[in-house]
Design a binder for this molecule. Sequence first.
Ligand SMILES: [Zn+2]
Length: 258
Amino acid sequence: MADFAKSLTAKLARRGIAASEFCNLSNAVERRIVKEYGAVFLNADAEVEMPDRCCFKNESEVAAFQATLKISKRTIGGCTIELQRAAMNALLKAADAVDAITPKGACPARRSFADVQISWNETVEAATDYWRENPNAEGITLSAEEAENLASLAGERQIKLIFELEEQNFLFHPDRARSIAVYTAIPGASQHLLMLALDIEEYANEKVRGALAENGWFQTVFRDRPHFTYLGVKEKDLPSLGLKSERFEDREFWLPDI
Ligand SMILES: [Zn+2]
């Protein structure tokens, strides 16, 4: 298996981007972003555009990036979705090979910075309320001081604190058993902002997953079952990009090996 960080550095260099400017792997939050969602940055389709940073800071950065893209818009199963054109073409080929691929949820493909931030805030607030009332595995509830501190912070400082609390078994996923990162993306870091991801209804259908994989769409966010990512490569080539396969239930996820 290739080394993920080396593979990413080489890929960025071909796009004229210095890896040190794209992402700081010694920053805990940025490292987490790359670990959780970073497979998308290895997209091998020459038609696909990539950002020059691993995390957008605000709406205007997202809008500026999305304005550079060749976007394709389709209505599938009554839902209009927008993806980078190469990703849409591959999706339509996969859909042709099976009975149906149906977008799932309110924002199944393209998202804005605000879409991701709103979902993050709601998840954080609900988890904070829950852990104020309910003890974690160690029998401890979240103190009023910690809850206030969390509410007062924004951006990277808040994200960092959440990951620290998760290490103390205050898990922010709504099932209270997993990390917030696999439920809602870190603001600015969702693969949906890149327009290379789609959430689908038929994620449990092996034939659908097979048709998607045949056309370069894979599951790259661990245990996020409806979520697929366009990588634009054959499955056999994924290890040579520095992605490792990890099984959950009866399916494989392709994750950055860092
Ligand atoms: Zn998704």
